[in-house]
Design a protein around this ligand. Structure first.
Ligand SMILES: Cc1cc2nc3c(=O)[nH]c(=O)nc-3n(C[C@H](O)[C@H](O)[C@H](O)COP(=O)(O)OP(=O)(O)OC[C@H]3O[C@@H](n4cnc5c(N)ncnc54)[C@H](O)[C@@H]3O)c2cc1C
Length: 240
């Protein structure tokens, strides 16, 4: 793992609350598609998934969305408001693709969890998708789908690529015609069999473990699901 002091190349809002941050990255800073980095602040380090493909040399992209009411998020936001450089550590995380999948790949993302999936998709896309790939993106409200156009463009471009946006609070999205509910449950509804699929899940611990339990219940071997949460926030051992 490396510690780097990276110039901020650009920073811009990509919707009402999420910022895209592009950093200059030394070329000899390898990472795998799906890994994350830590933003190093004086008192604490904050994890952020890498949104760009490792193919893209010399730069790295992050999407940062503050958690309402969080003091930690406020510190990150204040830094982004004024900083010209960011201190980072990378690469981190064991939830990445080591080789091209041969079976069905299901990517399930909540909110800014889409960043991890974007890196994986942009890494695989140049070789095309000779396996079925499904991207489920769950958000509270339709206006949170800040990469909707990009996801739809993948679906138009690649025969095997399927994109399913899911809104969990449709009351806040008048006119929403798409799927509604919890993204992990919606994904599971679409598959008769899950014993030979690989699933990547990105989101908070509650969402990730609920999705794991539901897929395992339906016959997916536990080892087929990958998420940073399994090492970052391990589930407490049961007392039984
Ligand atoms: C592995 C990992 C990757 C993350 N990547 C991003 C990111 O790309 N963009 C971003 O804005 N925030 C991301 N976060 C959340 C970010 O680190 C926190 O928002 C930040 O540290 C401020 O802390 P907090 O107060 O929000 O609370 P924390 O308790 O530290 O974070 C809770 C929030 O993080 C979200 N979260 C948890 N795991 C992930 C994940 N794998 N991907 C995305 N969100 C997650 C939860 O849904 C929740 O909203 C990530 C967190 C983890 C653990």
């Amino acid at each position: 793992m490396k510690q780097l002091h990276c110039p901020i190349r650009s920073i811009e809002f990509i919707n009402q609350d999420t910022r895209r941050v592009v950093l200059d990255l030394p070329e000899d800073s390898p990472f795998f598609a799906g890994q994350y980095l830590q933003m190093v602040l004086p008192e604490k380090k904050y994890p952020f998934s890498i949104a760009s493909s490792p193919h893209l040399k010399g730069q790295i992209e992050l999407h940062v969305r503050p958690t309402p009411g969080s003091e930690d998020s406020a510190k990150v936001e204040a830094l982004l408001d004024s900083a010209e450089f960011l201190d980072i550590e990378l690469p981190l995380g064991d939830c990445y693709l080591e080789q091209r999948p041969t079976n069905t790949l299901i990517l399930i993302a909540a909110s800014t969890g889409i960043t991890q999936m974007k890196s994986i998709i942009e890494f695989l896309a140049p070789g095309g998708f000779d396996f079925p790939i499904y991207l489920y993106w769950g958000v509270l409200s339709e206006r949170d789908l800040y990469l909707d156009e990009l996801c739809r463009s993948w679906q138009e471009q690649y025969d095997n690529f399927h994109y399913v946006p899911v809104v969990s609070e449709p009351d806040t999205s008048p006119g929403w015609q798409g799927r509604t509910g919890l993204v992990g449950q919606i994904a599971l509804q679409d598959f008769d069999r899950v014993d030979d699929v690989t699933v990547f899940v990105s989101g908070g611990p509650g969402m990730v473990y609920a999705t794991l339990d539901a897929f395992v219940e339906r016959g997916m071997p536990e080892k087929n699901m990958k998420s940073d949460i399994f090492s970052y926030a391990p589930r407490p051992a049961s007392k039984s």
